[in-house]
Design a protein around this ligand. Sequence first.
Ligand SMILES: NC(=O)c1ccc[n+]([C@@H]2O[C@H](COP(=O)([O-])OP(=O)(O)OC[C@H]3O[C@@H](n4cnc5c(N)ncnc54)[C@H](OP(=O)(O)O)[C@@H]3O)[C@@H](O)[C@H]2O)c1
Length: 276
Amino acid sequence: MGRTELTVLVTGGTSGIGRAVAEALATKGCTVLATGRNPDRLELAERIPGVRYLRLDLADPAGPDSLAEELGDLGLLDSIDVLVNNAGESQSGPFEELPAEAIERLFRTNVFGPVRLSQLVLPGMRARRRGRIIMVGSMLASFPLAHRSSYSAAKAALRAFATAARQELSPFGVWVSTVEPGSIATGIGLRRTKYLEEGSPYTQDVTTMLEHLDANERGGIPAEKVAATIVDAIVAPRPREFYSVGSRAPLPFLLKRALPRELVSKIVAAQHGLKR
Ligand SMILES: NC(=O)c1ccc[n+]([C@@H]2O[C@H](COP(=O)([O-])OP(=O)(O)OC[C@H]3O[C@@H](n4cnc5c(N)ncnc54)[C@H](OP(=O)(O)O)[C@@H]3O)[C@@H](O)[C@H]2O)c1
């Protein structure tokens, strides 16, 4: 797809990876629509010149439909060329202790919301026989980690939706790709939702894991590098099914192919201070 004539919708465009994607595409002359839960509260200095900010709360089951209605009113819904499903919640907690409502909110935010929003922009893309949908997953989907079960599972679900949908949509000129970032220094660790019961038998394990996770994130690559990968996927004539960036990718994926499954899980745990 040519670069400058694109209309792009980036969810979670107010910080981190989404903000970097919005900025990169606005700089290239794209029409960029970026979402946040409270865009009206963004300071002028936080706004990227030329980017239009819209409200979207993916934890609200009505969020994607409300956004689509607003886009329809603006005459933009059927002209979205690219959807970057980037917004997401990072959640941690022992599998045994994760509250049902936390898991449900996470799946609404990280899976059901992006899926619904994709469904709403697809008729326009299909009719014009051009479109790109990028799902921002996580390497934790490929390398699940203790006390990140809900997050790993949600990102794996999103990737499976994307991989199957790609096969349905590519005959219409619509390409769906998944981008799995590793550790990216966006400060997401500060916004992570954490669940741990008082006196939990998992306290030491969770504390150790989180210390390592946060340190890895702080030492991660900048959001702009992930944005560059996402832009590559957007402009490629035939985007790949899968991209990974950060945490020395693609090395972990090569090792995963070569090593026994349980050894890979042990290495992932060890990288987060956990002996298994
Ligand atoms: N950083 C990493 O190491 C890393 C690694 C792997 C994958 N990822 C994934 O990359 C994506 C972006 O992460 P990031 O590191 O850039 O995090 P971030 O800086 O915290 O950005 C998250 C974005 O999502 C939006 N958001 C959060 N909850 C939302 C909700 N309920 N409804 C709608 N929007 C919501 C936030 O906007 P508002 O707060 O303005 O609403 C913000 O713009 C996420 O999907 C994350 O899971 C990140």
